[in-house]
Design a protein around this ligand. Structure first.
Ligand SMILES: Nc1ncnc2c1ncn2[C@@H]1O[C@H](COP(=O)(O)OP(=O)(O)OP(=O)(O)O)[C@@H](O)[C@H]1O
Ligand SMILES: [Mg+2]
Length: 116
């Protein structure tokens, strides 16, 4: 099993939900987030203000989706997320991937893939 931590532009959320639905993922967790990538949220050298604090880093609103999937679905999910989220402009987002040892469905005690 792998956990995909998918950080996207907020307007892409519905498309990303459709992608995950198509691989029959058992569930997903979503949070709103603020973030920046290599451009630090804006053009280099510009000064921004966060809660009155001057900073050269500007954090932009993003959505973070966390989903644990079967190893065999990882490449499909990545490909389909890129298909709906890539705009050819900076800030499209990122996918982080980490291994998950085990999972438990609390209601039944099922483990591993059966718990997803
Ligand atoms: N190294 C990182 N660690 C944690 N979160 C990150 C990292 N890089 C990007 N993110 C998250 O992903 C969001 C989108 O990043 P973004 O797409 O701008 O990455 P990038 O590396 O700057 O690529 P691009 O040049 O295409 O913009 C950020 O706002 C932040 O929330
Ligand atoms: Mg960027």
């Amino acid at each position: 099993m792998k956990e995909l931590i998918i950080i996207i532009r907020p307007e892409k959320l519905e498309d990303v939900k459709d992608v995950l639905d198509k691989v029959h993922c058992g569930g997903m967790t979503l949070s709103t987030a603020m973030g920046c990538g290599t451009q630090k949220g804006s053009s280099e050298g510009s000064v921004n203000e966060i809660k009155g604090l001057k900073t050269t880093i500007n954090l932009l609103p993003k959505i973070k989706v966390e989903v644990v999937v079967d190893d065999k679905d990882v490449d499909t999910v990545i490909m389909n997320i890129r298909e709906v989220c890539a705009t050819d402009h900076v800030g499209d987002g990122k996918i982080f991937i980490r291994s998950i040892d085990d999972a438990v469905r609390i209601r039944t005690g099922e483990r591993g893939l059966k718990a997803l």
